[in-house]
Design a protein around this ligand. Sequence first.
Ligand code: NAD
Length: 396
Amino acid sequence: MIVTPKIRGFICTTAHPEGCARHVADQIGVVTSRGLVAGGPKKVLVIGSSTGYGLSSRIAAAFGSNAATIGVFFEKPSEPDRTGTAGWYNTVAFEKEAAAAGLYARSFNGDAYSDAIKDEVIAAIKADLGQVDCVIYSLASPRRTEPKTGEVFKSVLKPIGETYTNKTLNTTTGAVTEISIEPAAGDDIAQTVAVMGGEDWELWMKALLEAGVLADGVKTAAYSYIGPSMTWPIYKNGTIGRAKEDLERAQQALDELLAPLHGKAWISVNKALVTQASSAIPVVPLYISLLYKAMKAAGNHEDCIEQMDRLFRDRLYSNTPQPDEAGRIRLDDWEMGEGIQKIVGERWETVSTENLTEVADFSGYQSSFLRLFGFGLQGVDYTADSEVDQKVPSLG
Ligand code: NAD
């Protein structure tokens, strides 16, 4: 089948198998070019391992530290005449590359919020690895089914208290328009915290601890975002920000939980990047387009893989995690640099449909978005037939 992108708003409903494989191989190349991480993790569980920051975490751990990895994700498998999701093909490619490098890799496709997946993963750790010494929690989901009650929570991206009006970008047409977003109502905040807050991270870590599958000195990390003040009403001070505050609460609770094992929980505040999750947030894609332009010009632009390699190499497994005043790792340090933020802030005031391509990296945004689904990668023949029905080796 010839696979072409089918974009519907902020989602692409097709994915290119060879393109996704190229994307994974390119990321592996970034990590291996930097050499092995001294004292890196050896057995790593990544929850949310198929796309974005979680995929790059898995690649950084495996190819930067020769770690055995277990990945958990929620993806649509391919069918004989229908493409799977990008995360499915990413995992197919990751497992093949890992096998070629002699690295253990096993994957679980299912609901990470459920007790069943936690039990399956624990059984696999017991059977294959004994224990894990690192757990990365990188879920981004619009909903969560509470495992005990069956209640379904839905997360929303809304400001709190008042309507938020700001510029936004139509990432298909390049039109810069104004958007007004109504504030959270009813139990929007509680629902968003239930999905994207720290409760499930805690449930995972408690289950792993009780099963005796966490190694002495275990490290765990979950990811957050802060960003500049123009996005605060929709992010840091909005419903998702409340969930991230709850993640920080969970980090402190996990530090206590893991103390007997000499373990440590971290929040890593990462850079704003084009991922399936971030492209769904209003206003943020315009900010990202301006940010990419400024950071590429400054020569310090990074993608998920450079960020995650830096996390493992320079922070988690170095003696210099460089925590901020709240104890968080800051991989957004270059994004939040004064020079970058001054440029982005000034351009935010003047950016319009007319000058978008001049002041923002709109083509960079669009190509990053397409790359998420395996399109536009160098060395891939997009006119050739693709074998769309592919199996994740460990899923049989
Ligand atoms: P993403 O959409 O690329 O990845 C989400 C992952 O979660 C995928 O592997 C998906 O399969 C998995 N997933 C979703 N629901 C699941 C479920 N029910 N069960 C199992 N797996 C499930 O998102 P991302 O942008 O990489 O986000 C990961 C984390 O990084 C989030 O906490 C996000 O807030 C944070 N973060 C993102 C950015 C950014 O700009 N993208 C910046 C800083 C922090």
